[in-house]
Design a protein around this ligand. Structure first.
Ligand code: SF4
Length: 316
């Protein structure tokens, strides 16, 4: 691991300002992904800004009947929150499908949103990887791509976004709140937060340099039956091959988002106009224009069948 300096600011504005003084700095909270990346020298910050003292760990109702989740709320606490369990069960279920109990105790809301891909070539510094080193190539495209994206990728990168929480937040229409170095606050709908790789797979989201996530807001609850189903190679502590997050209303209408298939949580609103039809129809719209590799084409059928099981469970 490369040497680094460390500081612990006491306000979001001070944390954002610290980043301008140290251009090669990183924020750290739970550190559950960043420390691994630093040990492998994939991330090499020269300064760490520890944001654990910023008091961004509250879950509060909003005036419009929604919920505001502080950036530093731990995944375990968020999944166990009474209001989340009652009104946003999709979020609680997605959180509990992720990682392990130990990791959820440390991992924060903001850190979960910003976790990096688990493409194995990204973590192997002897392999070409445009996300790790722009212009070096992509070892996955002609390599082992079973876990990779079937839609939304590019000729430069086919990595998937690894999150579960973010898939639920996409279906729940969450908004991400930030503060910039100059003190300006910003609200980013989650639909606009994650970028597709294009020819710059190293840029994964719409945060500007020096911008710090302070919280996530959820709109007023929409009711319905909430189901999050994750399909993976082993029963726990594994990333999704695919996941389905669905909210189904009594009349059969609803919302659906997918994980494990694309570089970002994947939601296609046109598919939701077909929710009362078969899973085959909905899946076909969700994954129209998909470009799977020979190794991951199975994900198309896996999505259709898992969505079928989810819709059957919700309708029952
Ligand atoms: Fe790197 Fe993306 Fe290719 Fe994986 S898929 S090797 S992360 S460029």
């Amino acid at each position: 691991m490369k040497p680094f300096t460390y500081e612990r600011p006491n306000s979001p504005a001070a944390a954002a300002a610290a980043l301008t003084r140290h251009p090669n700095a990183k924020f750290i909270a739970g550190g559950t992904n960043l420390l691994d990346l630093m040990k492998l020298e994939i991330e090499t910050p020269t300064h760490l800004i520890d944001i654990n003292g910023l008091r961004l760990n509250r879950i509060e109702p909003t005036q419009d009947g929604g919920l505001r989740i502080g950036a530093l709320v731990r995944n375990t606490d968020l999944a166990a929150n009474d209001r989340v369990r009652r009104d946003y069960a999709l979020l609680a279920r997605a959180l509990l499908a992720g990682a392990s109990g130990q990791l959820r105790n440390k991992a924060t809301t903001a850190g979960n949103l910003l976790q990096r891909t688990r493409c194995p070539y990204f973590y192997d510094i002897n392999q070409p990887c445009n996300k790790r080193r722009q212009g070096s190539g992509c070892a996955a495209i002609d390599g082992f791509s079973r876990q990779h994206a079937v839609i939304g990728g590019s000729e430069y990168c086919i990595a998937t976004h690894p999150g579960d929480m973010s898939v639920a937040l996409r279906a729940l229409d969450a908004t991400i709140e930030t503060i910039h170095t100059g003190g300006q606050a910003r609200r980013i709908p989650i639909a606009d937060f994650y970028r597709l790789p294009g020819n710059t797979p190293n840029i994964e989201n719409s945060l500007n340099p020096g911008e710090l996530i302070t919280g996530v807001t959820l709109p007023a609850p929409v009711g319905g039956v909430h189901v999050y189903r994750k399909v993976r190679d082993r029963a726990s502590y594994a990333f999704a091959l695919i996941s389905v997050a669905a909210i189904v209303q009594p009349d059969g209408s609803g919302r659906v988002a997918l994980g494990g298939v694309a570089p970002r949580p994947w939601r296609v609103e046109a598919a939701e106009t077909q929710m009362q039809q078969s899973a085959k129809v909905v899946a076909a719209t969700l994954l129209a224009d998909s470009t799977p590799t020979a190794a991951n084409a199975f994900k198309l059928m896996l999505v259709e069948r898992t969505l079928g099981a989810v819709l059957a469970e919700a309708r029952a």
